[in-house]
Unconditional design. Structure first.
Length: 460
């Protein structure tokens, strides 16, 4: 008999937890569960499986395939919350949307077509003409051509009330060498004997489920973004991720999970004025991204990087260090450079994180004098500053005055070390007194590195 469901904590070591989506009709559900019980109760399998049954997933089945997808997806999500390891879906009609279901499922789904194909190859290696009894919808969708590409497929239609024996006789007359009843409603009525062998899809699938561990779900790379620090800079960063992604269609772009959390306490306010500590809020946001299956975390905020050394050891996924990749970019782009201008919040400057990163690359940072640093902070945080939503007027005048001061000190390359600054200087260069000064945008460099990492580590 099938073991009663247990929680994840109660599962014994090495036990596999299977979530069975039944409820696809009383007769086919009972037939599959009986055959799964026989498979799990075999001497070699006893105690190895914890079976969790959802008998209501197909109750009052929606008519459309799209509506059925939602019902099945909700059931799988419920399984995931209960600690189930993989999904068993003995339903041929689900093949109409199995690819979409796998793409979005939080759990791997045991492959019904793969089970049937493996059985045919092992037990009927010489056959070439496969007869299929199925619905018009499944036949029209070309489902079986995709899953059995090396066979000549012969079809016999079936409607409720039709005889399976008659359909099998029709396929035998067409020259079928093996017959697959490819509808869940037919599985309980597979004839024991006949002129042509008839597969029992439920028994084959049940045996496959217990003998073959379901491989982990494949999923595309997902970028996690700590957003809201600040909000406009996050939007700017996302725009740059899209712009730098080599894509010919929507589906070529990265999956991105953004936790837009403007309530994270101000980083500079904590570092220079003893305001609320943002560490826990930053960490909690990163944990939400990790729980959302992000593979990499980007934080488009320079000052927030003062806190990542404390946060990173508690995460299972990496935070890409925007400051490190920015400084490496500067060194690679200007190999003979010795000094570099640095525009950053007073909080960032107070930590020395940019200074240390630059000095490791043999670069000496030039920062504004205190009076102009105060003016730059006004341009960022003031009532008509960038964080208040302004990208023209006094904020631009303030920041440009700071740039002119650095140029007077001989600076030719300037790091825009606050993610709000590229919002008012989107170009890569700025002309100051007939000199063309290079502006380095850490947000753009971070975006390019995230895209490159995704392309290298894509799971597709």
């Amino acid at each position: 008999m099938i073991p009663l469901p247990r929680s994840r904590e109660e599962a014994s070591p090495g036990e596999r937890s299977l979530g069975v989506i039944a409820g696809l009709g009383p007769a086919p559900s009972a037939d599959f569960l009986l055959k799964l019980a026989e498979a799990t109760d075999a001497p070699a399998n006893r105690g190895r499986f914890n079976v969790v049954l959802e008998p209501k997933a197909g109750a009052g089945e929606p008519r459309s395939a799209a509506a059925r997808q939602l019902v099945i997806f909700d059931t799988i999500a419920s399984f995931a919350q209960r600690g189930v390891g993989s999904v068993v879906l003995p339903c041929f009609s689900s093949l109409l949307f199995l690819d979409e279901l796998r793409e979005n499922s939080p759990l791997p789904i045991a492959d019904l077509p793969a089970a049937l194909l493996a059985h045919i190859q092992d037990h009927f290696p010489g056959i070439r003409r496969l007869g299929i009894v199925t619905s018009q919808d499944l036949r029209a969708a070309g489902v079986f051509e995709r899953h059995f590409p090396n066979y000549e497929l012969l079809y016999s239609g079936w409607e409720s009330g039709d005889s399976l024996e008659a359909a099998c006789a029709d396929l035998a007359s067409q020259g079928a060498q093996l017959i697959l009843p490819a509808l869940s409603e037919l599985a309980p009525f597979v004839p024991g004997t006949g002129p042509v062998p008839v597969l029992d899809p439920h028994r084959i699938y049940a045996n496959y489920v217990v003998s073959e561990p379901v491989p982990p779900r494949e999923r595309p790379f997902k970028l996690g973004v700590v957003g809201g620090v600040g909000p406009a800079a996050t939007v700017d960063f996302l725009h740059k991720v899209v712009r730098h992604t080599p894509a010919h269609r929507d589906q070529d772009h990265l999956k991105v999970l953004v936790e837009q959390n403007p309530q994270i306490p101000d980083r500079t306010g904590h570092l220079i004025a003893h305001g609320p500590d943002p560490t826990l809020a930053l960490y909690a946001t990163c944990r939400k991204l990790q729980a959302g299956e992000a593979d990499l975390i980007a934080i488009p905020c320079n000052t927030a990087h003062a806190f990542i050394d404390l946060i990173q050891p508690h995460l299972d996924i990496p935070i890409i260090n925007m400051l490190a990749v920015t400084v490496s970019h500067v060194r690679e782009s200007w190999p003979t450079l010795r000094t570099v201008g640095l525009l950053a919040t007073t909080g960032t400057l107070s930590t020395g994180i940019y200074h240390r990163a630059l000095q490791k690359q043999g670069l000496r940072p030039i920062v504004p004098p205190p009076s102009l640093q105060a003016r730059m902070m006004e341009g960022i945080y003031g009532p008509r500053g960038i964080k208040a939503g302004f990208t023209s007027g006094p904020c631009v005048e303030d920041i440009r005055a700071v740039i002119e001061e650095l140029v007077q000190q001989g600076v030719e390359v300037i790091i825009l070390g606050c993610t709000e600054l590229p919002l008012i200087f989107p170009e890569r260069d700025v002309r100051v007194r007939d000199r063309l000064i290079s502006l380095v945008d850490p947000t753009e460099i971070l975006a390019r590195h995230c895209v490159a990492h995704a392309m290298t580590h894509s799971r597709r």
